[in-house]
Design a protein around this ligand. Structure first.
Ligand SMILES: Cc1cc2nc3c(=O)[nH]c(=O)nc-3n(C[C@H](O)[C@H](O)[C@H](O)COP(=O)(O)OP(=O)(O)OC[C@H]3O[C@@H](n4cnc5c(N)ncnc54)[C@H](O)[C@@H]3O)c2cc1C
Length: 390
């Protein structure tokens, strides 16, 4: 075998997996088709739960003072008013998050994996898994125009929501209940932003939600909108038109955008949510992050779960050595999915139910108005939305 572990995809999930394995002296290769720094379509909101994991990886000094921190949330209040609340204090999570463009965050994480000892191949596209007797034993890749076959007893698919590896092994489940679509654009000259993640399920874009995330304190923001796929199909939603409506007519967003100028194209991407869009493992391979359908169905936040499943995958792989058989993935023996289910399924299941039945402004707006009346209720909402437990 060429390597102990091959990780495909150098987003947050892949780089975190590779970092934890390399730190424990595993011979790990991480490959990505892109050359870094590279852009990734995202809202760039790094929630407190994700910050906890980044700090645990020793990245606090790298982030502190370099990127915009937020300390609270803004939601729509009655009429055009806005409800603000600080991130509630908890013993386990920091009192802040960040907004970091993915062009920066993903480069920092990949450098961190490289510094820990992982071998990194950028500009290397994986065309599929190498399979022997139903077991994944490596990957086929193209590097500098040359076709290569790379072998390892364990392959990690951290290859995002379209997961070519998951697809080739029949692990992806294309159920619209577990698929979302979001688009985003960067603007400058956005008014009245700075210290808050602003999330607005506005009536004019129902049943979607818009966001305004401040990348800098002087008016640069990531603005976007997201829907579940079954809402798009059911209500025949045109995403670009809804985005225009958010920018021009949504009572809590339009006033901020009066003098704003776009500084990037509008770009969109698929999200796999709630652990229901993928089967996550087969002999020789596990999936992590978006490939494992690990985006939060309510908030659309996936960086937290990409980082956490990356760390869990590294532990799972290291544990496989315990029987004396060397590194291996055998779902029948010890299931990675069961570990994910134990930690997240209850929370994600409630999320799926709440967006399925409650994601309409006629329900959401009155609920938010009631919740906004008491600080305790507002804090409970933030804890629930950001999974600030465990
Ligand atoms: C519009 C939008 C807004 C979002 N906003 C937020 C937010 O504000 N906060 C948040 O937490 N989450 C957000 N998310 C979700 C978040 O972007 C994802 O959950 C997160 O990027 C998942 O990380 P990952 O490492 O699993 O996959 P990715 O970040 O997608 O990384 C996958 C990597 O695999 C590589 N790859 C793919 N195929 C191949 C191949 N064949 N060969 C080699 N390499 C390959 C890609 O180049 C990529 O680098 C948003 C998503 C969207 C679409």
């Amino acid at each position: 075998m060429d390597y102990d572990v091959i990780v495909v995809g150098a987003g947050p999930a892949g780089s975190t997996t590779a970092y934890h394995l390399a730190k424990r002296d595993v011979n790990v290769l991480i490959v990505d088709k892109a050359s870094f720094p590279r852009d990734k379509i995202c809202g760039d909101g790094i929630a407190p739960r994700a910050v906890r994991t980044l700090y645990k990886m020793g990245l606090q000094e790298r982030l502190d003072g370099q990127f915009n921190k937020f300390h609270g949330f803004r939601f729509a209040g009655a009429g055009k008013s806005v409800v603000e609340n600080a991130i509630p204090p908890t013993p386990r999570f920091p009192d802040h998050g960040y907004i970091i463009r993915r062009v920066d965050l993903d480069r920092i994480l990949l450098d961190h994996a490289r510094d820990a000892g992982a071998e990194v191949w950028e500009g290397t596209e994986v065309s599929g898994p190498l399979v022997e007797g139903g077991r994944v034993v490596g990957v086929k890749a193209v590097r500098d125009g040359r076709e290569l076959e790379l072998t390892a007893p364990v392959v990690v698919g951290a290859d995002g929501p379209h997961s070519p590896l998951g697809k080739a092994m029949g692990l992806l489940v294309d159920d619209p209940l577990y698929l979302g679509v979001s688009i985003r654009q960067y603007f400058e000259g956005v008014e009245d932003i700075g210290d808050f993640l602003e999330i607005y399920p506005e009536k004019v874009i129902s049943p979607g939600a818009g966001w305004v995330f401040p990348v800098t304190r002087d008016g640069v923001a990531n603005v976007g909108i997201g829907y579940m796929l079954y809402h798009i199909k059911r209500d025949k939603i045109n995403l670009r038109r809804s985005f225009e409506t958010l920018l021009n007519d949504a009572p809590h967003v339009a006033p901020k955008m009066r003098n704003a100028r776009p500084i990037s194209p509008i770009r969109g991407e698929l999200l796999r949510v709630g652990l229901g869009g993928s089967r996550v493992e087969c002999p020789g391979m596990i999936l992590v992050g978006d490939a494992a359908s690990m985006t939060n169905p309510v908030s659309g936040e996936g960086i937290t779960y990409a980082l956490e499943t990356g760390e869990m995958a590294a532990e799972h792989i290291l544990d496989s050595r315990m029987g004396g058989r060397g590194l291996h993935i055998d779902p029948g023996e010890d299931s990675f999915r069961e570990k994910l289910v134990e930690r997240y399924e209850h929370y994600f299941h409630l999320g799926i139910l709440s967006i399925k039945w409650g994601n309409r402004s006629s329900f959401m707006r009155p609920l938010l108005l009631v919740v906004s009346k008491r600080r305790k209720w507002r804090e409970d909402l933030i804890r629930a939305l950001m999974y600030l437990r465990h």
